[in-house]
Design a protein around this ligand. Sequence first.
Ligand code: SF4
Ligand code: SF4
Ligand code: SF4
Length: 385
Amino acid sequence: MENEPKMRSVEEQKGRLPVASGGPVATIKEVCAQWLEQGILSGIMMPAYSIKGVAAPVLFTDPQIVRQSGVPFLPAMGVNTASVVDEMRFSPAPGVKVGVFLRPCEARAVVELVKLQQVVLDGLVLIGVDCPGTYRTADFSELLDGAVVDFVNRFLQDQARYLNDERFRTACAMCEYPTPLVCDLHIGFLGMNPGEALWVESRSEKGAELYKTMNVEPVPVPESRQLFLKDFRAQRQSRAEERIKELDAKALGPENLVKYFAACLNCHNCMKVCPVCYCRECFFESEALERELDEVVRITRHKGGMRLPQGTLLFHITRMNHMMTSCVQCGICEDSCPVKIGLSVLFKKVSRNAQKEFDYLSGRSLDEPLPLVTFREDEFRTIGE
Ligand code: SF4
Ligand code: SF4
Ligand code: SF4
């Protein structure tokens, strides 16, 4: 299947993790606190939510602080955690091992960054979690009606509402990958009764180290989970098709594309937050684009007037061209756009089409070479014929 990971390094172990009386969030926090206490991990990066309304990934080293403040499965997303991993430029350090909680789109972005030689996996243990959707941080603050952990426990339980939740971020409403494709350890809840048990899989030697501390009862994947995921993916795929059709009606063709981006401020937020936008120096932020006044006036004379800031469409087309094979469809670009340009659906369409052409899926496997570094003499033979 297209969304099945193409590489698994060790025989997978899987089963159900009984949930303690405090609920699924407290159960996983306790497991993490013990990993720190026992020195199995040196640090854990997982989402947290502050009473001031900030949802962000936090690196914890103190087990007590994880118990107090960590919120695994937090359905609020302001950054793609892969960007944070990239920013910290994790490189191997003897004896240091950090577990990183990642939603599926975040895990896919980490895989792309590894292949783009921006992230080294040696000191990291990737802990992938199920994700049916996330809210923008501001929307989450409005929804929150009490303690955050109680909210998340209810959110994990109330699975019937996921497909109709209109407050999910735009990208999430179209997301076809609710389970991580590549990770060391996978913790899931979809199609389970998370008040009773969570789903755990170890997929590598690093994952097996954590798995063996977790008291997992080995069982085959429950039928309820298989059916839930099958139906969920099908519905999300059909939602994605609908949204792409709406996009085509609005944005196909050069003139419509210009209109689509007409409100763009050229702020480059979409580029700065993109987890897989990897160039350390961007041409569009370089001196190469600076112009002397007399030159600008001379160029403008051809038309008599020039829209400023200039070059917005060129920026987007170039970015699309660079990103389309590694884009993980996380939609953080759209959430960061001050004028709300529909970047999620645009990148969904462009990246899906481009990746399909190369029989590639971003983040599916560490072993699949990036299309942009692979030359096949026989590809695209129909172009120009
Ligand atoms: S895009 Fe998918 S994986 Fe990422 S936050 Fe949304 S639903 Fe979760
Ligand atoms: S282009 Fe947008 S949707 Fe694609 S990876 Fe970057 S931020 Fe995510
Ligand atoms: S974030 Fe929005 S306004 Fe800023 S450059 Fe990107 S599309 Fe344009």
